[in-house]
Design a protein. Structure first.
Length: 135
């Protein structure tokens, strides 16, 4: 779809991937207590809350990777690199705050938020470079 310069097809394909991941995340989120109990023989059921939060990062990372792959596909790999540098610095500050304020739960939420920061960074960089789309 990128070769054909058909943004609609690209968006539909990315949406399907993200919705597939969202479905799997929802299943894990709902059955997390059972899965954790089985995998740890009932010893670490307290980790269920952490596992539920961390599983949300699969969804946010999926969103980020779909945007990044689109940008790589249209030849904007330098912009993806710039985004990674800028957003890594932002994520370090976010993680520092969350871990100091909320400990392990903060780290789990930092993982989720971190991928959102990367995704939003890609969108912002893409917006500033929209004249380079499909050239």
């Amino acid at each position: 779809a990128i070769v054909e310069k058909n943004i609609k097809k690209v968006l539909i394909a990315a949406f399907i991937v993200v919705m597939g991941v969202a479905f799997l995340v929802l299943l894990f989120y709902l059955f997390c207590p059972i899965i954790i109990k089985i995998l740890t023989a009932g010893r670490y059921t307290e980790s269920t809350s952490f596992a539920r939060i961390v599983c949300l990062s699969a969804l946010t990372s999926s969103i980020y990777y779909q945007i990044s792959q689109f940008m790589y596909g249209i030849g904007l790999s330098k912009i993806v690199l710039y985004n990674k540098v800028v957003c890594t610095a932002i994520n370090i500050a976010i993680m520092y705050y969350l871990i100091n304020s909320f400990s392990a739960i903060g780290a789990a939420w930092g993982l989720v938020v971190g991928w959102l920061v990367f995704a939003l960074g890609n969108i912002i960089f893409l917006r500033f470079n929209k004249n380079k789309l499909f050239k």
